[in-house]
Ligand binder design. Structure first.
Ligand code: PLP
Length: 472
């Protein structure tokens, strides 16, 4: 199956307009919900705001709080709602499936699972040497899918060592937490063996203080040293996000993954593309973010946008690699659940039918251009990067020293929220704004986002100049 690429000519996308009026909310108050949550829910739950935002309804790229206030969701529920909150086609498919057959494990045949797997296979790029990637395992989360990819690679190669990228995020299970290379996401008691990390191609913070292209890709070539020093010379696999998500939309130079994949394959390993955030057309130019780099992974891991918010994830690989899993029984009670399958199938149909990938290219391009203009205006913006609707804006208090602007990033989140804009935040220091909205976002939404970020940065800079306090 040839790689699916977006048409290059610019065309106007007519996305369906949903004239949405939120329903009057008469549920428990925000204070009651907060008190219940504080009393009964794991206290380590992440909230980006000083006071958690309460959300009671969603419609396409917008969310509504309990007062009916509308927010442009520029973070897509953590890069998950790919085609819009409660998209009518997806919601109808889920409702229909939930009313017909809500649960069946993979020990039974049920029609939705292979239909979705077939559709997914039709969207996959070719694997190494033109081998089709058309065998899929379904799980419930990206962590489980990455964990399974590691297991499959270890079984297929007989090797143990796994290479990840610094600044990467792959999940919260033992091996995926080990692969995640951000100290803030690591628990001291979890230290799985056999995992090493190489440089991520983060040009803005080059570990060698070099500049592209005169650097000659020293960072990518260092993977050979990692293999030589930290493994027995043979590895099971490399796992990398083609564009780092949690790490703050880090987009390496085009040659980066070719160099890394070659070194890993020379050491007997398989290559895994973690497309949990970058897949399904989000980068605009290609359906899969790794296609930007011209590489062919052996396994592709998917979650988040695959089901528009359903608990659904997958690993797709070649027949030969998949066959290794027949050595033992591997079972997942909810993997392939009919309701999740229906949600996934409907989501892929919408991406095709509504020109979602092309919209990501066009609106994402406009957003990036606007953000680069804001960089010229606001000293706080150190770097603007990413592709399509997977963008990052790294804030610094000093452009020369590149000092992370942590407090300013937190302030921007608060001020934007007050003005009806939800942004994401990430990077090692939490100083990179992550802009990854539902891919149905319009040009008017993009202009609203740019104007709001411009206004908020102006307020923050004014505050820094005069030391005056403000109230979010
Ligand atoms: N891989 C990437 C690139 C992710 O961004 C995430 C989650 O943010 C995961 C894996 C883990 O997915 P999940 O949270 O569904 O376990």
């Amino acid at each position: 199956m040839p790689p699916t690429t977006a048409p290059q000519a610019e065309r106007t996308i007519e996305l369906p307009q949903f004239d949405h009026q939120p329903r009057p909310y008469d549920g428990p108050s925000r204070e009651e919900v907060l008190a219940l949550r504080q009393r009964y829910v794991n206290p380590g739950v992440l909230t980006y705001y000083r006071e958690p935002l309460m959300i009671v309804e969603g419609a396409m790229q917008y969310l509504y709080d309990e007062t009916g206030k509308r927010y442009l969701d520029a973070f897509a529920g953590i890069v998950t709602v790919s085609v819009g909150h409660c998209h009518p086609h997806v919601a109808a498919a889920v409702k229909e499936q939930a009313g017909t057959l809500q649960h069946a494990t993979t020990i039974y045949l049920h029609p939705t699972l292979p239909r979705f797997a077939e559709k997914l296979a039709s969207k996959m790029p070719t694997g190494p040497n033109g081998t089709p990637l058309d065998r899929t395992y379904f799980t419930n989360s990206g962590s489980e899918a990455n964990e399974l990819a590691v297991l499959m690679a270890r079984e297929a190669t007989g090797n143990q060592h796994v290479i990840g990228l610094r600044n990467g995020y792959h999940g919260g299970t033992p091996n995926t937490m080990g692969l995640t290379a951000h100290g803030t996401w690591k628990f001291p008691s979890n230290a799985p063996g056999g995992i090493a990390h190489t440089h991520p191609g983060y040009c803005y913070r080059c570990p060698y203080d070099l500049a592209y292209p005169s650097c000659e890709m020293k960072c990518a070539k260092d993977v050979a040293n990692v293999i030589a020093y930290e493994t027995p010379g043979q590895v099971a696999c490399f796992i990398g996000e083609p564009i780092q998500g949690v790490g703050g939309a880090v987009l390496p130079p085009k040659e980066f993954f070719g160099i890394v994949y070659d070194a890993v394959r020379a050491a007997g390993g398989l290559c895994v593309a973690d497309e949990v955030q970058g897949g399904f057309g989000r980068t605009g130019e290609h359906y899969w973010s790794h296609q930007h780099f011209g590489v062919q992974p052996d396994l592709v891991v998917m979650a988040k946008g695959i089901g528009n918010g359903a608990p659904l994830a997958a690993v797709t690989t070649t027949e030969a690699t998949a066959a290794t899993m027949t050595k033992r029984i591997h079972f997942n009670t909810y993997g392939g659940n009919p309701v999740s399958m229906a949600s996934g199938l409907a989501t892929l149909e919408v991406i095709d039918a509504e020109g979602i990938q092309e919209n990501a290219r066009v609106v994402g391009g406009r957003l990036k251009e606007g953000l680069l203009e804001l960089r010229d205006k606001h000293d706080l913006i150190g770097d603007v990067r990413g592709l399509g609707l997977m963008l990052g804006v790294e804030l610094v208090t000093d452009r020369v020293a590149k000092t992370p602007a942590k407090q300013e990033a937190a302030d921007l989140m608060e001020l934007a929220k007050e003005r009806g804009l939800i942004l994401g935040k990430g990077g090692l220091h939490g100083n990179t704004m992550r802009i990854k909205p539902p891919m149905c976002i319009s040009k008017d939404d993009a202009d609203f986002l740019l104007a709001t970020v411009d206004e908020c940065l102006g307020i923050i800079e004014e505050k820094a100049r005069h030391g005056s306090s403000w109230k979010a």
